[in-house]
Design a protein around this ligand. Structure first.
Ligand code: 0A1
Ligand code: ZN
Length: 849
């Protein structure tokens, strides 16, 4: 490795900053190769620190000049920055540096995307712009002047003044440097207005490349809805006169909440019925909301240090989930979120990359923007809310905003407001932030004299660095049903705190059927052997939508696991139950669509490994194909009816109702295609109603080894639409037959449009192949080599995307010796290089440990 031992940063080593910043003035003279950044920063000693060492972060900066109180400063290099001698009193630092945004392929700091200047400063990008104490607990108001011969010059805050070739911005709200943003270039705005509850007028702008204006309407509506919702539900108003969103094509993540100037991956802003799917619309709505909600949870109250990332991310994800539930279906959203946690977060917890919601050390913070910090972080807040109740949650949040507005806060601060608002002791609950891993919850039952007892045992398996785990607080929502299907005990939240604990329900006339972990009330694995007849009973009768869906999932999982082991017929209970639920037109189509959403190949691989089996990717794949055919044959009338019920004639409407209908139609189509030779899918592609139906048709066709002509025609039609072309790359690689998937991926990589330095395009192909479970895990290791080669190639260009992509190798211990050996070799190939980045080096190292 380049750096024999890159430094590990530890939460335990936190020390407050020696110097605070009173205010910042920046001037940018933009130039692709030689942008000049002039900074004037007024420093003052931090009364809460005895240290007076002056240190500024900086990376790749060419210093033109630096002065302290007007006198030239003598800079000394220090790890990751510089130090110099300073007075023991407030002083003014002035510097001029030069940077080259056009050469910045890492897309952190100031870079260029299609001729547009833009910034990404979270987590540690600002240090690539100028010398600065680049840590979130140093907050300051910023004034920014942007100079450049460009039509649009944007920064944070309110516009102050502008003229030809310059603009000045003032952000009165103190903020850490990671929330700084600048965007400049040939952009056009779609504009709107919003009046806040207290009557403040806000100018809204969504800035896009000329030609994309027609695809912003949905994002704008989502923004206004988010602003209103945050006022109504959290009492939070917007606090500037303008709110701008910019869409850029080259972006490492989804979007960024810079104060007053959110920067988005264009894939999460632009949408039209011809080019975007229902899924894209739903994601745009959620991410627009997420970034907007950060204005209070992230910006007004930020994080003291990066270990507290979940303070802003867990809470903001929780808030965007609540928003989506309010805009769409609460039940469907809860199932989708539970599915995400179980598919992806549990997987992270089971492997070498497992870490607590609040990690205690890192080498590169970019590697900790994870599903654990975000989604499990949100689950922890959901549990807290369930335990204290909605009213106390509201009181605690009001107190949080009151007490910490303007602060860089910690998880301790967050829990303290809940303790103060409710009088509860949350010390045991806090383990959710410090213990990694997914608790296993097992259940025994007892029935005697009208008393039904549930005895729970919890155990969390060891994770890296944490061999022993203590019991956690688990809110377990339980309801009881009578054998006739009536609910005898409505949902009750049991609060489990011990390793083993029992809960009794008295006065029952018959032994009940329990519905446990309703609404996915805790992110745990429920380990309970349930006969398939009981699952089918819950699928038919449970009043809790999550558990109803989960009963169907469990049956499907069992069928697919058996099929992977070569078993013939799935349980008739499942097929019959599914058929009945499908035909129940009283149920929300979106919910029925989820019942048809079979676990994927990798889900089955994980389930088999959990059981102690070694998964065989080919057997899983062919077992799944067989189950799909069986369903297509045995449920053909119900599937056919669902397919027709899901027709949405008339103009395309992305809202939840019609999107749910299309989801039902397209799930039914996917299964039916296994038995009709692709006739329906082909007709649906030809009908060309909207992108959702076209892509679903195409995907169904490719999944049975057909559709080559349709895929080629699709490519020709959409080759100039970058976002649609991304979907094409992902689909063709993702749905290729396993035996030829690597060859398909290789030819896609040779495609002239494979702009591999653009993260969206790179991810489309790599994630496409990695998601093709049997294709990626081809026994000869060709899939591993393909991914590893590309990750190694990308690493010097864009370490953060390279490192993130490498996580597809985290599952290596799950497979047979041959595959393990090949995956390990691939990881070594990424790691054992002189120029390996800190990002990829840390990830590969952790995966190999
Ligand atoms: N705070 C953003 C996530 C984000 C993090 C890092 C980025 O660049 C490397 C970009 C965005 C969010 O939660 O939306
Ligand atoms: Zn966020």
């Amino acid at each position: 490795m380049k750096d024999a031992a890159p430094r590990t940063i530890r939460l335990a080593d936190y020390a407050p900053p020696a110097w605070l910043v009173a205010d910042v003035a920046l001037t940018f003279r933009l130039d692709p190769q030689a942008t000049r950044v002039l900074s004037t920063i007024r420093f003052r000693p931090n009364p809460d620190s005895t240290d007076r060492t002056f240190f500024l972060h900086g990376e790749g900066l060419k210093t033109i000049s630096a002065t302290i109180d007007g006198r030239p400063a003598t800079l000394r290099e220090a790890e990751g920055g510089i130090t110099c001698d300073v007075p023991d009193a407030p002083f003014t630092w002035e510097a001029e540096v030069e940077i080259a945004p056009a050469e910045n392929t890492a897309l952190e700091g100031l870079y260029m995307s299609n001729g547009i200047y833009c910034t990404q400063c979270e987590a540690e990008g600002f240090r690539r712009i100028t010398w600065y104490p680049d840590r979130p607990d140093v907050m300051a108001p910023f004034r920014v002047r942007v100079e450049g011969d460009l039509p649009v010059l944007l920064s944070n805050g309110n516009p102050e003044a502008s003229g030809p070739g310059w603009a000045e911005w003032d952000d009165p709200w103190r903020k850490p440097a990671y929330l700084f943003a600048l965007v400049a270039g040939d952009l056009v705005a779609v504009r709107d207005r919003f009046t806040t509850l207290s009557g403040r007028e806000v100018d809204l702008g969504i800035w896009v490349r000329p030609g994309d204006q027609g695809r912003c309407a949905f994002a704008m509506e989502a923004l206004k809805a988010s602003m209103r919702w945050d006022e109504e539900v959290y009492g939070r108003e917007y606090d500037l006169g303008v709110f701008n969103i910019v869409a850029v094509d080259d972006f490492n993540a989804g979007a960024m909440e810079n104060k007053g100037l959110n920067v988005f991956n264009s894939a999460l802003v632009l949408a039209s019925p011809e080019t975007a799917t229902d899924g894209t619309y739903e994601r745009i709505e959620a991410v627009i909301a997420h970034e907007y909600f950060h204005n209070w949870t992230g910006n007004r109250i930020t994080c003291r240090d990066w270990f507290q990332l979940c303070l802003k991310e867990g809470l903001t994800v929780f808030r965007d989930q609540q928003f989506t539930s309010a805009m769409r279906s609460e039940a469907v959203k809860r199932i989708e979120d539970a599915q995400t946690i179980r598919r992806h977060q549990f997987k992270e917890d089971q492997g070498p990359l497992a870490h607590p919601v609040r990690p205690e050390s890192f080498v590169e913070i970019n590697n900790f923007y994870t599903i654990t910090v975000y989604e499990k972080g949100a689950e922890v807040i959901g549990m807290l809310r369930r335990l204290v109740g909605a009213a106390a949650y509201k009181r605690a949040l009001d107190l949080y905003f009151d007490r910490h507005d303007g602060d860089a806060a910690t998880i301790e601060d967050w829990l303290q407001v809940f303790e103060d608002a409710t009088g509860r002791d949350l010390s045991q609950f806090k383990r959710w932030y410090s213990q990694a891993g997914t608790p296993r919850l097992s259940v025994e039952e007892a029935w005697e004299d009208g008393t039904y007892t549930l005895i729970f045992t919890q155990e969390t398996p060891p994770t890296p660095g944490q061999p022993d785990k203590a019991p956690q607080v688990l809110p377990i929502a339980v309801g009881l049903l009578n054998p006739n299907g009536d609910e005898v005990v409505p949902t009750k939240v049991l609060e489990m705190t011990e390793a083993r604990q029992s809960f009794a329900f008295e006065g029952l006339s018959a032994r009940p059927i329990p519905s446990i972990l309703r609404d996915f009330s805790a992110p745990v694995v429920l380990q309970r052997e349930v006969p398939s007849a009981e699952r089918a009973f819950l699928l038919a009768h449970d009043t809790d939508p999550f558990n109803r869906w989960d009963a169907a999932q469990a049956l499907a999982r069992a069928a697919l696991m058996d099929a992977a082991g070569g078993a013939g017929d799935p349980a008739p209970d499942w097929i019959e139950g599914l058929g009945r639920a499908l035909a129940d037109t009283g149920l929300d189509p979106a919910f029925r669509a989820l019942l048809l959403d079979l676990p994927g190949d990798e889900d089955i691989a994980i389930a088999l490994a959990e059981r102690g089996d070694v998964p065989d990717p080919d057997a899983i794949h062919s077992g799944r194909a067989r189950i799909r055919r069986i369903l297509a044959e045995r449920l053909s009338p119900q599937l056919e009816a669902a397919y027709h019920e899901g027709a949405t004639p008339g103009p395309y409407d992305p809202s939840a109702g019609p999107a749910g209908q299309r989801a039902l139609r397209n799930r039914a189509l996917w299964i039916l295609t296994a038995a009709d030779g692709g006739a329906r899918a082909r007709a649906q592609v030809a009908a060309d109603e909207n992108m959702t139906n076209v892509l679903a048709g195409l995907s169904a066709l490719l999944s049975i080894g057909a559709g080559e002509a349709e895929a080629a025609a699709f490519h020709d039609r959409w080759k100039d639409e970058r976002l649609v072309l991304d979907s094409w790359f992902a689909l063709v690689a993702g749905q290729a037959p396993p035996e030829s998937a690597v060859e398909t991926a290789r030819s896609l990589a040779d495609h002239p449009a494979f702009a591999w330095k653009t993260p969206n395009r790179f991810r489309a192909l790599m994630r496409g192949l990695a998601g093709n479970h049997a294709g990626f895990h081809r026994a000869d290791g060709a899939g591993y080599d393909f991914l590893a080669d590309w990750i190694v190639r990308l690493d010097p260009v864009n370490p953060s995307v390279a490192a993130r992509t490498s996580t597809v190798f985290s599952s290596w211990k799950r497979y047979d010796a041959g595959r393990q050996e090949r995956m390990r070799a691939a990881l070594h190939r990424m790691l054992d290089r002189d120029d390996v980045s800190r990002d990829l080096g840390e990830m590969a190292q952790r995966m190999l440990e």
